[in-house]
Every structure is written in structure tokens, then in C-alpha cells.
Design a protein around this ligand. Structure first.
Ligand code: HEM
Length: 134
């Protein structure tokens, strides 16, 4: 069980103390973004969407977005809003769930604790209306 309630240093379920919401968080989230990207481009449900994307740019923007969205002190995101980024794509429910699945697999691979997984899942679902069917 996670007994350390200091959000800057919480233990995950594997007992690893991970800095969360600090600059150390950026390194972890960058690695997770790399893995999410690998999952996306090897997932036939969504890979065609990223066929013309600049991988480095997207990984970097996703890292910034997650650091900023999970409340890292001083974090900035200078990319498009979720509405702007996904407008005219007409993303389906299936694609949305495939992306969530790719993210969750990347979190598992990086041994992210259950509470952080739930936090990110909540953030992603809160954005559903800004991504779907636009
Ligand atoms: C809550 C879920 C999602 C989040 C947080 C998210 C986040 C992002 C971010 C931060 C960007 C970069 C914005 C920019 O260019 O400034 C982006 C672009 C993009 N997203 Fe998403 N996204 C989500 C869901 C999806 C889904 C379900 C799809 C469909 C497969 C998708 C496909 C794309 C594509 C194709 C781009 C543009 C890539 C490019 O410009 O080359 N996203 N997304």
C-alpha cells in the first residue's frame, strides 16, 4: 500500500520510491512517451493516424502535456489544445480506447504505481469530449 502521502515522493506498488511531479518526473514521463509511441505505431487500430507524424515532435509534446497536466511545478505545454490537435480527425470510440490501452501498457511496462495509473487514466478520460468525433 502507498503510505507516503507526500506527492513529491511516493512509493509505487513495487516499493520503488519514484519522484512524482518533480523534474525527475520528466525523465520517467519521457520514457513512457517513447513506449506509448512504440505502442501506437505498432497498433493497427491507430497506427495509420500517425503515418505522417514527426515522432520526436509528438513524443516531446506528449511529455510536456503530461508533465503539465499532472501538475509538475513550473511545467509548460506550448502545443495545441486537445480540441485544436484533434479537430477534423473524427476519432472513433474504438481509437480512443486503443490509445488508452497503449498508454496503460506503457505504464505497466515502466512499473508505474496503481495510484499514478489511475490519476493518468482520469486525466485521459476527462479529455474524451475534446478528442472524440470532432
Ligand atoms: C486523451 C487522449 C489524448 C491525448 C492526451 C492526446 C495528446 C496529443 C498531443 C499532446 C498532441 C500534439 C498536439 C500538437 O501537435 O501540438 C496530439 C496530436 C495528435 N493526436 Fe492525440 N491525444 C489523445 C488522443 C488521441 C487519439 C484517440 C488519437 C487517434 C488515434 C490521436 C491522434 C493524434 C494525432 C494523429 C495527432 C497529430 C499528430 C501530428 O500532428 O503529426 N490522439 N495528441
Amino acid at each position: 500500500m502507498n503510505v507516503n502521502h507526500n506527492p513529491k515522493e511516493r512509493s509505487n506498488e513495487h516499493g520503488n520510491s519514484q519522484p512524482v511531479r518533480t523534474s525527475g518526473c520528466r525523465k520517467n514521463i519521457r520514457q513512457i512517451s517513447e513506449d506509448v509511441w512504440i505502442n501506437h505505431v505498432s497498433n493497427p487500430d491507430v497506427s495509420p493516424r500517425y503515418a505522417n507524424s514527426d515522432a520526436e515532435k509528438i513524443k516531446s509534446l506528449v511529455t510536456d502535456f503530461v508533465c503539465w497536466g499532472t501538475g509538475g511545478p513550473g511545467e509548460q505545454y506550448n502545443g495545441k489544445t486537445m480540441l485544436e490537435a484533434h479537430r477534423t480527425m473524427n476519432i472513433s470510440h474504438l481509437e480512443f480506447m486503443a490509445v488508452i490501452d497503449d498508454v496503460m501498457r506503457a505504464l505497466e511496462k515502466n512499473k508505474v504505481g496503481q495510484s499514478e495509473q489511475n490519476e493518468l487514466l482520469g486525466l485521459l478520460f476527462s479529455l474524451k469530449d475534446q478528442v472524440l468525433h470532432l
